[in-house]
Design a protein around this ligand. Structure first.
Ligand code: GDP
Ligand code: MG
Length: 694
């Protein structure tokens, strides 16, 4: 593959002098071929040369100069490259185009240009100009190779070429950039290597001559708008060196080449040529596209500047890198879906989401941060948004699950504690409520990633409402429980006075019962209000509870009265009253009827007095009007009416609850009593008869 014999032998002789780690020179490649086509193989060559992963850690230099001035020879000697060298003895033509090769001693890419000798042919001048422009736009360091005798000859090919290239470079690549206001200018090093230096004219003089010529060229350029007053030093740095004649002074030539090489390959060399500001900031893996685009611009003279090219490249590569990072990310986070949809709470979801997102961003940063900074930053924001959007359903799903679990825990904890003894309802609810809310807050904070617009305020509010709903329900149940308890107490307290009063009937019978009832109710109401304080009940709730308490207590009393005035019980009571009057005298001594006794009179009196009690029993009515009670009927109590409506309670009418016996029952009771009384009368009569008989 290596063309000239000199090239092959050159490569062979390079090895011992270099003493490099690599034994063989790298294989060169045709970057731009004879048909002026850019290679599709650069990526694979960069990989082969171990540079594709090097990021910014590589350098790029190119060479410019007339044909057959020993450019390829110099590059091969300096860098151990394998460029074709023209064999004078055979006059073998080298292959036209731009060649690229990796240096042996450093991560350095070296570009060599091959034209033809026939410069009278316009086509070749065109290629020479294009390739020079390409080299200037892409390389950090452009080696300008010339013979000492060419120095000062303005008509010499080098200077003419430089003028054209400066001009096109300025117009094509730098002006748009200046217009866009880009502060940092692209700087390139022009490294003049003066060959066949005899030594008579010192380097300093040659340098001055060249700088003077370059200044003149620059002044004569037609500069684009905005760059009229720019200086050549705004775009270029200069360096100069000489080399002795390779054929006449071979040893000296080799010696100086070794010294020169050090400046190209030793990073810590004080005169290291590749200063950071020359670097085009294109990561190695982006070079194929970048260089291809520059060649495209050179070929079509598209009025695009380099930064725009860099931006286009950065957009393309950043999208690719982000896409790869996102794909890996999606497959990692897929595992969250099932458990969250099933209602589970993933304890480490926050950390896991953060870690996956972080590693996706790190992957992106690693490769993309080397590209155009603004594009990279913009694409990073896009990627972050996309990552967050992908994670958001898990965040929301877990919040929903948290809501359910926290609420259920709240309910069971409250009910558990209410089942126990000696609790303060408000304390229980407040305590469990605070616990639930803080658990939710902590767990939701743990899954709220930074750099998102995720909030939990709404969910927190929803939870608070749900908790309060449950608390209200519990409080209603508790109130009911308490009312029932108080009601049982009233029943117990009023039972005995009621029994006693009904057993000893009289005009103040109801007064005694109602006094006991009112006392019990007053202390029950006080007990309720005392307890209700800790429930945080509203006034309205208290009013409903109290009215229910009054009604239930009244109904309990009524039930007790019913029990004590049932037919059998009542007839015993009436009989007992009657007996007391009929069979015992005023001193309470049992009567023994004598024939002269007014049995009829005593009987009638006792019977009538007892009968007179029946209307008293028939209706609850105290003799003292102050003692009468009033309990709201269903129709007067909206809360109770609503309960009746829902079928939770029965209708209640207070006035009718005061009536114990209907008229019919009154008549029945009277009739039955009369019969019983008659029996006593007959018995009394008999007893006198029998006493007479004795
Ligand atoms: P290129 O066309 O510029 O790449 O030149 P080459 O490297 O192909 O060399 C062209 C001819 O110049 C070859 O015959 C070389 O042997 C010869 N040559 C190489 N180096 C030197 C040098 O330092 N001085 C002179 N006078 N000739 C050289
Ligand atoms: Mg050559």
């Amino acid at each position: 593959p290596v063309g000239g014999s000199d090239g092959a032998s050159g490569a062979g002789s390079v090895k011992p002098t270099l003493g490099a780690a690599e034994a063989q020179p790298a294989e060169r490649m045709h970057l731009i071929n004879e048909e002026q086509k850019f290679t599709p193989d650069l990526t694979s060559y960069l990989a082969k040369w171990n540079l594709i992963e090097s990021g910014f850690g590589y350098n790029l230099c190119a060479v410019l100069g007339s044909q057959s001035t020993g450019k390829s020879t110099l590059l091969n000697r300096l860098f151990g490259t394998s460029f074709d060298v023209m064999d004078e003895t055979r006059r073998q033509q080298t292959t036209k185009g731009i060649w690229l090769c990796r240096a042996m001693q450093a991560p350095l890419l070296v570009m060599d240009v091959e034209g033809t000798d026939g410069r009278e042919r316009g086509e070749d001048q065109d290629f020479e100009r294009k390739s020079a422009l390409f080299s200037m736009a892409s390389a950090e360091c452009l080696i300008v190779n010339m013979w000492e005798i060419q120095v000062g000859l303005y008509q010499g090919a080098n200077m003419g070429l430089l003028k054209t290239v400066f001009e096109v470079n300025l117009g094509l690549f730098q002006s748009a950039r200046a217009r866009s206001g880009s502060a940092a200018r692209d700087k390139t090093l022009l490294f003049f290597v003066i060959r066949d230096h005899i030594g008579v004219t010192p380097l300093e003089n040659l340098k001055n001559t060249l700088l003077h010529d370059l200044g003149r060229i620059w002044d004569s350029l037609s500069k684009p708008e905005g760059l009229e007053s720019s200086q050549i030093t705004d775009f270029f740095d200069f360096d100069f060196t000489t080399l002795p004649h390779k054929v006449l002074q071979p040893d000296e030539f080799e010696k100086q080449v070794v010294q020169l090489r050090q400046r190209f390959v030793e990073r810590n060399n004080a005169k290291f040529v590749f200063r950071p500001e020359y670097h085009k900031r294109i990561p190695a893996d982006g070079l194929p596209m970048y260089l291809g685009n520059i060649w495209e611009q050179v070929m079509t003279n598209k009025d695009l500047d380099l930064p725009t090219q860099q931006e286009l490249l950065a957009q393309f590569r950043c999208d690719e890198i982000a896409g790869a990072a996102f794909t890996a990310f999606t497959s990692q986070i897929r595992t969250f879906r099932k458990p969250i949809e099933a209602g589970s709470i993933l304890e480490t979801l926050g950390q896991d989401m953060g870690a996956h997102r972080g590693s996706a961003l790190a992957k992106f940063d690693k490769d993309a941060s080397r590209y155009h900074q603004e594009v990279y930053k913009r694409k990073r924001v896009e990627l972050l948004d996309k990552l967050n959007a992908a994670l958001s359903p898990f965040f929301l799903g877990q919040l929903k699950n948290l809501h359910k679990v926290v609420l259920a825990t709240f309910r069971t904890s409250v009910l558990d504690r209410l089942r126990g003894e000696n609790y303060d309802f408000a304390e229980v609810v407040q305590g469990e409520r605070a616990k639930a809310l803080s658990r939710f807050a902590a767990a939701s904070l743990a899954i709220r990633l930074s750099d998102t617009d995720w909030t939990t305020d709404e969910e927190q509010e929803q939870l608070r409402e749900a908790i309060d709903g449950i608390a209200d329900q519990c409080r209603a149940d508790e109130t009911k429980k308490m009312v029932a308890q108080i009601e049982r107490g009233i029943k117990k307290i009023t039972a005995e006075p009621t029994e006693l009063a009904l057993a000893r009937p009289g005009p103040d019978m109801w007064d005694r019962i109602l006094i006991a009832f009112k006392d019990a109710l007053t202390s029950a109401e006080a007990a309720y209000l005392k307890k209700a304080k800790s429930f945080n009940c509203t006034d309205e709730e208290n009013a409903v509870a109290l009215s229910s308490l009054r009604r239930k207590s009244w109904q309990a009393l009524r039930a007790k009265i019913d029990e004590q005035t049932a037919d059998a019980v009542l007839s015993i009571k009436l009989r007992s009253v009657f007996e007391d009057r009929f069979r015992y005298d005023d001193e309470g001594v049992p009567r023994v009827w004598k024939p002269d006794d007014d049995i009829d009179g005593v009987f009638r009196k006792a019977r009538d007095e007892t009968l007179a009690l029946i209307p008293v029993y028939a209706r609850i009515e105290p003799s003292d009007p102050d003692l009468s009670v009033s309990i709201p009927s269903t129709s007067e109590d909206p809360a109770h009416a609503a309960q009746v409506e829902r079928g939770e309670d029965e209708e209640f009418d207070f006035p009718s609850s005061l009536v114990l016996f209907t008229e019919t029952r009154k008549a029945d009771v009277s009739a039955r009593f009369r019969k019983e009384a008659d029996a006593y009368y007959v018995e009394a009569k008999r007893s006198t008869v029998s006493s007479i008989a004795q």
